[in-house]
Design a protein around this ligand. Sequence first.
Ligand SMILES: Nc1ncnc2c1ncn2[C@@H]1O[C@H](COP(=O)(O)OP(=O)(O)OP(=O)(O)O)[C@@H](O)[C@H]1O
Length: 254
Amino acid sequence: MALLKVEGLGKSYTADKKILKNISFEIKAGELVSIIGPSGAGKSTLLRCINRMVEFNEGKIIFNNQEVGNLNKKELRHLRANIGMVFQHYNLVPRLTVIENVLHGRFGYKTTMQGLLGRYTEKEKAAAFHLLEKMGIHEHAYKRCDQLSGGQQQRVGICRALIQEPKLILCDEPIASLDPNSSKIIMDLLKSISTEMGITCLVNLHQVDVAQYYSDRIIGLNKGEIVFNGNSTELHEDNINRIYGTKTEDLITS
Ligand SMILES: Nc1ncnc2c1ncn2[C@@H]1O[C@H](COP(=O)(O)OP(=O)(O)OP(=O)(O)O)[C@@H](O)[C@H]1O
């Protein structure tokens, strides 16, 4: 059964331009799906419509049997606790420690006052440390975040998403700021999060070869429309040309 169902989604920021046009797809629990497409195709907008960081104008998004567009403020908060987000520039608080940044992922489960006062239970602190251990960065737990490398900071971002105990993680170009070695570490982690933890990952990517290697399925966007939706093994040169309007050899990064 689908964890996420998008039906006829449309989004415009301004009256004269449609950014997303009639987008429909489904994602099953535990899948790792990549969204690829040229700059400006609407990948970030699509990802952000799913947790309503961006409000959409047309269509339906059904997540975990709930219609996302109909949720009130409290329900939306609950939805966002179920959907983790990983960003290109990590979105960490640089002056706070690594473990404090991870604990921020529990914010959605707290009252505003508990969150503001940074009141976390011993169980939550132990869970944060355990996640840092799993990601291989526990020795940095009490350092300020801005002392870590980009790849390490992205692992903190992943821990912050995981401590939410999400059903879905949205990753908006998680490796766009990283070198090839750090990119591999992050993509390997996302893959294991989907296969071993059963958490669905929807990942915006710029690298076609990375998308092909790691994804169960790829969605190709061009000018706000889906022009490909299939298994990575089915993504051939003609599809790539349709998505990017360029030749494949110009797109392979390694
Ligand atoms: N808040 C906004 N207000 C107005 N227009 C926006 C806004 N956010 C994005 N856009 C426009 O929507 C279009 C799609 O942007 P989006 O960031 O979703 O594309 P993308 O495929 O993720 O691009 P990139 O790969 O460069 O990040 C672009 O033309 C962009 O200028």
